[in-house]
Design a protein around this ligand. Structure first.
Ligand SMILES: [Zn+2]
Ligand SMILES: [Zn+2]
Length: 292
């Protein structure tokens, strides 16, 4: 008998145990989240929603609005399709330059869980600073095998299209033969004789992205296990950090977080708490007075 099948009498049953979470996804992302939510006794199932209508990575449909807005649109679409579903989950990945370190490429994976009954949201995210997200433009004589190697092929799928058009576009390619054929077809219609080979960023074709979604899922799981001291609703978590950590040498306060604010998603109860890492001061090397 597996040890996890024995109920721990000291462990309280999660208030959402037995509830079903409808995951609005088109690209098998529910498989990543199912085992995490099972830990709470929640059942995660795929909600058949065409999430591509809110934007695709390959640009046929432009993404408009913020990540949060896109997540809410996906949830809305699922909620209309499944009027009896209480919990709806949506996910969104956004690739691009790091907001501060511009040359660094990132993948921000976001999850939003909506409770229709109590009308609250729990948001979780994970920032992957090493995503497999590349693009190469090739001419007929270029070595496409090296290009594919740089894109993490074949376990990371690729897309192929003419350089100045996304029509035709060949997606989800994992076999060299299929890439070669897609390149020939793209060369035939390319007006400048060049084609693009890029990573297919849909989760089911990008295992690095799947790992980032798993990390975002773990953040969501931790939030679901954290309960508000006032109303007992799950999702009690840090929403912002408050600067003011002093320098260990000169004592001047810095812009680095001194405390963090925990807030309830339900009753809005909040508490300022010490930094979870216990850090009480900054080094003089980090201080703008000691090390201007
Ligand atoms: Zn100082
Ligand atoms: Zn509360």
């Amino acid at each position: 008998m597996q040890s996890d099948s024995i109920a721990n009498p000291h462990e309280k049953i999660h208030p959402f145990a037995g509830e079903t979470v409808l995951f609005a996804t088109k690209h098998q992302k529910e498989e990543i989240i199912i085992p995490l939510l099972r830990e709470l006794g929640m059942v995660c199932v795929k909600a058949e929603v065409d999430t591509d209508q809110f934007g695709t990575f390959t640009g046929e449909i432009e993404r408009t609005g913020s990540v949060r807005e896109t997540l809410r649109k996906k949830i809305k679409a699922a909620s209309l399709k499944y009027p009896d579903g209480r919990f709806i989950l949506a996910s969104e990945g956004s690739f691009g330059p790091h907001p501060i370190i511009g040359f660094m490429q990132i993948d921000l994976e976001s999850l939003l869980l909506w409770d229709r009954k109590l009308k609250f949201e729990i948001y979780a995210e994970f920032l992957d600073t090493n995503p497999v997200h590349g693009e190469q433009t090739l001419g007929p004589r270029d070595d496409f095998r090296t290009a594919l190697k740089n894109l993490g092929f074949p376990n990371h799928g690729v897309i192929v299209h003419p350089e100045n058009s996304v029509i035709p576009i060949f997606k989800g390619l994992h076999r060299e033969h299929d890439v070669a054929q897609a390149m020939i077809d793209s060369f035939c219609v390319s007006t400048n004789g060049r084609v693009v080979v890029a990573n297919d960023l849909r989760a089911c074709h990008n295992p690095t992205r799947q790992a980032a979604i798993l990390e975002a899922g773990k953040v969501l799981l931790e939030k679901l296990k954290s309960f508000c001291p006032s109303c007992s609703y799950p999702g009690y978590a840090i929403t912002k950090s408050i600067p003011g950590l002093p320098c260990s040498d000169c004592g001047e306060v810095s812009q680095i977080a001194k405390t963090v604010l925990f807030e309830c998603v339900s009753c809005k109860f909040s508490e300022e708490k010490k930094r979870p890492d216990g850090k009480k001061s900054i080094e003089p090397s980090e201080c703008e007075f000691c090390n201007p």
